[in-house]
Design a protein around this ligand. Structure first.
Ligand SMILES: [Zn+2]
Length: 272
């Protein structure tokens, strides 16, 4: 499933090819995504220029004047740039043709993604309005996290994955950040000191930066390729490594379940 680094990599991959380009045609072949793709998308977008591509949490926002096309990749969605597009496959649901012949194609085999039209993007949208700060925002710092967690006895991992606290930290990166910060996933959030939360803030940023940097090497996959999603994997320290030795101390990594999701930790390197 695309997490924040994959979405940011997609943004960086497509932005140079669509920014400043005018939309000449939109073909919606199958509107049945998580919510229906607007039937009149062609009429709304045709003739408008894509000013830039922004990301908010795991949503991409193609800005067209005061409007925006909001795109969520769901479980299996991809956006690709084609100069010489191959024939449409059965999982290619939306094509956006641009004035220089470029085609932006949305593919999504499982159709959990979304493509919605925001006529006035500045007015916000219910999907965006409740989101907390971005992990890279200055607002997400140790003081903020300390204040936010004082009344929360839930595990720090669940708090970290709560989009209202900080956006875009999914299961993989929550596990990895907690390892780097030396904090066990099940630790109650309100038991953590400000110093440990400061380490966690740094760890969240480090692990996301590392993943985005790794994604940079896949950017060419976003142009002209008709292959698989091409998502990239960090060399994880704990995620998916149950029973294998910790890369630092050799202790077997343990798995537990927190809020229905698999959690992984090293009992030696991570303290409650
Ligand atoms: Zn260890």
């Amino acid at each position: 499933m695309p997490e924040l680094p994959e979405v940011e990599t997609t943004r960086r991959g497509i932005a140079p090819h669509v920014s400043g380009r005018r939309v000449v045609r939109v073909d919606v072949y199958d509107p049945r995504l998580r919510w229906p793709v607007p039937a009149d998308l062609d009429a709304r977008m045709r003739g408008l220029t894509i000013d830039r591509v922004d990301r908010r949490s795991k949503y991409l926002l193609l800005r067209l004047g005061e409007a925006a096309l909001l795109v969520h990749l769901g479980m299996t969605g991809t956006l690709r740039i084609h100069r010489d597009p191959p024939a449409r496959g059965k999982h290619d649901h939306v094509d956006i043709a641009l004035d220089d012949g470029t085609l932006l194609r949305y593919r999504d085999p499982r159709r959990f993604g979304a493509m919605l039209w925001l006529a006035r993007a500045d007015d916000g949208h219910p999907l965006l309005d409740t989101l907390g700060p971005e992990p890279f925002d200055a607002a997400f710092d140790a003081r903020y996290l300390w204040r936010t967690t004082r009344a929360r006895s839930a595990s720090i991992k669940l708090v970290l994955m709560d989009n209202r606290v900080v956006t875009g930290v999914g299961n993989i990166y929550a596990n990895e950040a907690l390892y780097r910060a030396g904090i066990r996933p099940a630790t109650r959030a309100n038991r953590l000191s400000k110093a440990r939360l400061a380490r966690l803030v740094d760890a969240v940023r480090d692990v996301l930066h590392a993943a985005i940097a790794k994604g940079g090497s896949t950017l060419r996959d976003y142009v002209g390729s008709d292959g698989a999603a091409g998502y990239f994997q960090l060399d994880y320290f704990v995620y998916g490594r149950e029973g294998t030795p910790c890369r630092v101390c050799g202790t077997p990594i343990r798995r537990s379940r927190i809020g229905q999701r698999s959690s992984f930790h090293c009992p030696q390197c991570q303290r409650p």
